[in-house]
Design a protein. Structure first.
Length: 250
């Protein structure tokens, strides 16, 4: 089930889990804490929101024709109010936030028929300072607009040469991507690796990521995570989620 094929609220809630289970899991775990005032949770919410919006945009608009109309940025802003929607009442913070953003994407892209949001307001939202939550999320969105390649390089402990190897390009090409933007044909690869980085930062102890990414893992057939990401970025995320016993490598 894809977002564009959903016909009911239940279809859409199922579609977002299939599209990005990691983001749904993060929304479920951090949104209530972000509403309660946690800056750390707010930062985690924004990181997952960015990744999820990238996934939704790629799913609905693979040619990126809508990006030039403000589609992507508008979805990010819709993410500010997603916890306050009736989607959360019906499906919880995880599927609810994701489904709210997906419903907005369908609306903005003109995919029909529209799927109406369920009614209601969750108790956590009713007790929260919603204006302050929206202010923190908006501020974090502005400050967190970092170069994804720089983030990948920093979190995985990669040199410019190794970063190029990760994407199968030269060091000079990586520098050009950073200066001019990631080519449209490689955006999905970058997004998939960003998701892996997000999982590593959540699951591993601080300082362990650069070590783990280079260490051969039996669960990956003796290959390192770097090799898996380099060989097949499209399927690396699924392989990592399926194969790794995180508690055993942290």
């Amino acid at each position: 089930m894809k977002i564009r094929d959903a016909r009911t609220a239940e279809d859409l809630a199922a579609a977002v889990v299939l599209l990005d289970p990691a983001a749904v899991d993060t929304f479920e775990r951090v949104t209530a804490h972000a509403l309660a005032g946690s800056l750390l949770a707010c930062s985690a919410y924004v990181r997952s929101l960015r990744l999820f919006v990238d996934e939704v945009s790629q799913d609905i608009d693979p040619q990126e024709g809508l990006r030039r109309t403000g589609f992507h940025d508008t979805l990010l802003l819709r993410g500010l109010i997603a916890p306050m929607s009736g989607w959360v009442v019906s499906f919880g913070f995880g599927r609810g936030v994701a489904a709210s953003v997906a419903a907005s994407a369908r609306e903005l892209a003109g995919l029909g028929p529209p799927i109406a949001a369920p009614a209601g307001l969750s108790p956590e939202v009713a007790q929260a300072d919603v204006v302050e939550f929206e202010r923190r999320v908006l501020t974090t969105l502005r400050l967190d607009d970092v170069d994804p390649l720089a983030l990948i390089s920093r979190e995985l402990g990669l040199s410019k040469v190794e970063l190029g190897e990760l994407f199968g390009v030269s060091r000079q090409a990586v520098t050009e991507w950073s200066e001019k933007g990631v080519p449209s044909g490689r955006v999905r690869d970058v997004s998939q690796i960003m998701k892996v980085v997000s999982i590593l930062s959540r699951k591993l102890k601080p300082g362990r990521t650069a070590f783990v990414v280079r260490r051969p893992a039996p669960a990956l057939g003796g290959r390192s995570l770097f090799d898996v990401l380099r060989e097949d970025p499209e399927n690396a995320l699924a392989a990592v989620e399926r194969a790794f016993d995180w508690s055993g490598i942290a």
